[in-house]
Design a protein around this ligand. Sequence first.
Ligand code: SF4
Ligand code: SF4
Length: 423
Amino acid sequence: MKVSDCQFIQNDYSFQELLPIIKTGKKVVLYGAGTAPSSYARIAIPAFRSFGIEPIAFVDDDLDRQGKEFLGVKVQAPSYIESLGSDAMIFLSSNYFESIARTIKTIGKTENIFSCTGILRSVHEDAYSEVMSFEEVQRRLHTHTSKLNRIQAMGRDENSTLILNAIDIQVTERCTMKCIDCSNLMQYYKKPKDAEQELLEDNVEKILSAVDKIYDVRILGGEPFLYKHLPKLLGMICESKKVSRVTVYTNATFVPKPEVLESLKNNMIEVEITDYDELSRNRLKMIATFKEHKIRYIDHKPQNWTDSARVVKSEKKGRELALMFERCCVNDVLSLLHGRLYHCPFSANAHNLQAIPVDKTDWIDLSETKSPVDLRLAISKFYFGKAFQSACKFCLGRDFEQPKVIPALQTKKPIDIPIVFTA
Ligand code: SF4
Ligand code: SF4
């Protein structure tokens, strides 16, 4: 099993304890100057400033960013860290932990390296008021923390605790919209169907019996409110003590039925509404209904749509594929579809659409695995042990550096999926 390079990054630290040390004159550097609207750099800078700390520099691998100013702070090359000596404290304002850890190790600095978890947990919500909503910051914080936790757990004893960051449960292939660049590949389904209820509930039960914890169970489709068995599914997931929270994704094209609304009234559940302007034709009604029923929700515009929905045949091999997987924003999100547990929605749907060559190492067949112990071992190896998916050879990648596309451009008819192999 792959062993993490990131053990020296401190994730579980108290910023309150660190603060007096920083105030003795330490030089704070942020590694990662991502410019996307929801980047960690944009959250970290106001957080440090709210404590009266001015970072002396960003460091970033991207040559285009180096030498420029971002958010009033100069962006330097990684070699800049060498010049700082032992006084420097490096905070990672990025989720590319593995590649940053390798670079920092090459420079020879492995002390005083921190994730942004501690500071983002400590800061007052007013610090972000001009950047993004506090709920969104909490989600970014959660992703940042759990991605590093997952990486640091690699190579550990397979019998130890099995904690998953997130799992997508795709309840339907149907959607009320047909986005040309849907990264879940819904635009390619000609005869979309729903998850088979009994199979899905059995799969969920098996997974819950095998793991110790899942931070986020994400219910999605297509449009998950089209799935008529949603209330029962939500009920069984929320009953589990192993699940921290449930997120239901919707495009707000219609308000769910009363029995669905009833099932959403649970503090573990948060509905994430994406506001596609006039396409989300019932968004205001949905929000009013959720408020009336005291259903938790967040509401935001589409963010960071990248060119990640095409099926292509690339010449990428070994190390290149591993790097692509390492940078992928869904590399820690398992995906359940029609009885198989995949590593990502691209692999799940590209296989389901029979658009890429079958590779059985890309999924766990939940009907084959018998006991919870066997399944636990299989999930552990699958989740922590893979350097990349076979599907990555046919994917353009899903990191924030991918070229951006206009969100939610619609197609009237399903798009012919390119078949990149012949059986
Ligand atoms: S609304 Fe668009 S992006 Fe969302 S699932 Fe439907 S087709 Fe995909
Ligand atoms: S195929 Fe690979 S790169 Fe593409 S979304 Fe899945 S894990 Fe990420």
